[in-house]
Design a protein around this ligand. Structure first.
Ligand code: PFF
Length: 448
């Protein structure tokens, strides 16, 4: 295979792929339900502050390591810091990426199944038992959800095995603009429903008393990082396939802003609908699988809206899953020395096998719980609130404290000295302080 095959063809191709990684189940499934559980607008304000104050600077930080390292998560650290232990940061990312995709593919599998049900018309009207019971029974089945999860991972493999230019870039050039169009259509439609204003109030009118809830901060931070795909080196890996002249700061801002717009549009699409049908906003992970179908069944043109929504969810999940799979594949290919084909099959199999546990946690293994979390909830909680922030923290330390300031500046590709200084202070001091405070406060909170 020629060497350039593993490089982005165009800068916009890289941008779309990075946006594809960022925009995913995190925006459309996770963001609405955590926002619903944690008080709406107040959560949104804290979330936005985290995205802009530390999320986007950290995204640039991660891009800068990958672009300068020119290798996978582990290899890039080895290139930039030979004979040190820094590459363990990348290794932790590879493990984190595998864990995230193991449960991500379970939820993505549910989305594909719903899409099928909408296309065949089966969910156009509410089943007699109600969507809640039907969903609960289906996810508890020991076999069917696994088949849909396998199908989803098969699609992911199909793209990743074709490489950067021929697979990942091509897929994202189609998926991302398609996704944007569908979401705008959906949000526009939902806003015409009676009662939409209540939903908008919930999303945009803060209740400041919520600010004293410490869980709000950890969750907002975890959500911001998860949504921007930072901390596990997925974005580092994507940036390593860039050619020499690319404006990283513009890319980081573009991806961060787009990701946030998608999350807010998902909120605009979901909360007005939930309120106009008088349903529960804090229903947690099932929000998009139970609450929304209930709404679609009684809304004018709900069948079409249902098809569009689940196409959208599946597309968003796929473009993110592709980046989560590329992360370990790139490690096995470039640092371990396997072929892309073998690495892709190997990683997909590992991820599927691990994912079986998350899926069975809704059925025959539902007795395995940690606090009030089942297996999927636990892996999601640990990766989003600990592995990801810890990875992001290590990368901030790496650039802020290990690399020379001049090297950090060159790698960041920030032109203006003033902007560079602001960014550098954020990476060197502000990020470590905020992350340590939040993670420690929550460790403490968990034990008391
Ligand atoms: N950002 C993705 C989402 O919001 O769904 C999830 C994700 C993808 C996290 C890639 C981490 C990653 F490396």
């Amino acid at each position: 295979m020629n060497q350039n095959q593993d490089q982005w063809k165009t800068r916009i191709g890289f941008m779309l792929a990075a946006m594809g990684s960022a925009v995913g189940l995190g925006n459309i499934w996770r963001f609405p339900y955590v926002t619903g559980e944690l008080g709406g607008a107040t959560f949104l304000m804290v979330y936005l502050a985290f995205v802009f104050l530390i999320g986007i600077p950290l995204l640039l930080n991660e891009f800068s390591i990958g672009k300068a390292g020119q290798k996978d998560a582990v290899g890039s650290f080895k290139n930039l810091a030979p004979n040190t232990k820094w590459h363990w940061t990348g290794f932790m990312g590879v493990v984190g990426g595998i864990l995230i995709l193991s449960f991500y593919s379970v939820v993505a599998g549910w989305s594909l199944f719903y899409l099928y049900k909408y296309i065949t018309g089966a969910y156009w009207t509410e089943p007699d038992a109600g969507f809640g019971a039907v969903f609960g029974e289906w996810i508890a089945n020991p076999l069917y959800p696994l088949l849909w999860q396998a199908l989803f991972l098969g699609l992911t493999l199909f793209i990743v095995i074709r490489g950067i230019k021929g697979g990942i870039e091509k897929a994202n050039v189609i998926l991302m603009p398609g996704l944007a169009l569908l979401m705008i259509f959906m949000a526009g439609y939902v806003l015409t429903l009676d009662g939409a204003v209540e939903g908008l109030k919930f999303l945009f009118q803060p209740d400041w008393s919520q600010l004293s809830n410490p869980k709000l901060y950890l969750t907002a931070l975890g959500q911001a990082f998860f949504s921007l795909s930072i901390g596990v080196s997925g974005m580092l890996t994507y940036a390593s396939y860039l050619k020499s002249k690319d404006r990283l700061p513009a890319a980081a801002i573009g991806v961060g802003v787009m990701d946030t717009i998608f999350a807010v549009i998902a909120g605009i699409m979901i909360f007005p609908a939930v309120f106009s049908f008088g349903l529960e906003v804090g229903s947690g992970p099932p929000l998009v699988f139970i609450t929304l179908p209930t709404i679609f069944a009684s809304m004018p043109m709900g069948n079409i809206v249902g098809v569009v929504f689940f196409v959208l969810l599946a597309m968003a999940a796929l473009s993110s899953a592709v980046s989560l799979l590329e992360l370990p594949v790139s490690f096995f290919k470039r640092t371990v020395g396997m072929s892309r084909k073998a690495a892709t099959y190997l990683c997909t199999i590992i991820i599927f096998v691990l994912g079986i546990a998350s899926s069975l946690g809704f059925g025959i293994w539902s007795g395995v719980t940690f606090g009030d979390q089942n297996i999927l909830g636990m892996i999601d909680y640990v990766t989003a609130n600990f592995v990801i922030p810890f990875g992001a923290l290590l990368m901030a330390f790496f650039v802020g404290w290990y690399l020379d300031k001049s090297q950090a500046r060159k790698n960041s590709e920030i032109q203006s000295s003033a902007m560079f200084n602001i960014w550098y202070v954020i990476i060197k001091y502000i990020v470590p302080i905020i992350l340590i405070l939040i993670v420690v406060a929550n460790l403490f909170n968990m034990t008391v």
